[in-house]
Ligand binder design. Sequence first.
Ligand SMILES: Nc1ncnc2c1ncn2[C@@H]1O[C@H](COP(=O)(O)OP(=O)(O)OP(=O)(O)O)[C@@H](O)[C@H]1O
Length: 348
Amino acid sequence: MFRIRRFGGRTPAPAGPLPETPDGHAVPAIRAVGVRKNYPGVEAVRGLDLTVAQGEMFGFLGPNGCGKTTTIAMMCTLARPTAGRIEIAGHDTCTAPGRVRRRLGLVFQETTLDLELTAEENLRFHADLYALPRATLAGRIEEMLSLAGLTDRRDRPVRTFSGGMRRRLEIARGLLHRPSVLFLDEPTLGLDPQARADIWEHLREVRRREDTTLFLTTHYLDEAEQCDRIAIIDHGRIVTQGSPEELKSVVGADLVELRTGDDAAAARDLRDRFGLDPAVGAGGVAVRAPDGARLVPRLCAGLDVPVYAVTVTRPTLDDVFLHHTGHRIREEPTPASATLTELAGDRS
Ligand SMILES: Nc1ncnc2c1ncn2[C@@H]1O[C@H](COP(=O)(O)OP(=O)(O)OP(=O)(O)O)[C@@H](O)[C@H]1O
């Protein structure tokens, strides 16, 4: 069971600029060094190093079961690293968990709202848990209801809300106490495409209006594209990190795919006449080349076999994933992994 208790009973430190390190640099919102997490028989996280600056929107992209939820759980003090160290706003998750909790907000994969309470009552309940000061509470609740686009539904029970409205309310609740970092574990999981798009619009609005670092996990490539920086994780390891553009520029070349009358002969010609490195698969023959669109007419003219179809694709984050891991990211959810809500009730 998720045990609810006041996070320290003290007024939380507001977000806003974090203190500086002794050498004058801003304290990062998140710093993880050499973090590992083992469960019996499973190395869920296998050596994680990352730094997230204040105010960034940072995406943690990886397939189901790669260790995203476990990482967030450790960052939020819901699970202890087997090795390594994590600091949130300069505070160690193991030695100062109370300080860490007061500085973070958390949006779980599944709803943790009380469906029988109204939108406003859910926010007030959260404010009580965090012992938020009465003097400013009404104004802050107003602000959060407006941010969530729920001002006119404040008195309605949450059970009457759509999935997207519930998620927006949860995000607003996570921000109510002005955390330094808001963690969102798969914030659009289970939502239809329109509701997913709305949540992203909402997150962009959060960025405009709140001074909070956003750290979110996703297995959707289009969502990772919208982050300032991302880390790609596979089998418990970060395989690369940077802005989406930086990561794609490493893959560099376009993908040119051809369906021909004889793919093996085409591959031979592509290698011998064009100096390319073709791969033959069930769908035809594929090569990587910079500026693929300009290459296509030359290829068609220079091959001895008939070319039936050509597609040119700019590099995507899926290509980045493939480049670093040797396989493509799957976007379907699998039921096997633990969720943060479960971990909250089973701190190990
Ligand atoms: N409490 C646990 N006990 C044992 N193994 C666990 C536990 N929690 C997670 N695991 C395993 O650790 C690995 C990483 O799981 P984790 O839930 O962190 O992945 P994930 O990337 O968040 O996946 P998803 O997107 O499906 O939530 C998986 O192999 C999972 O089965």
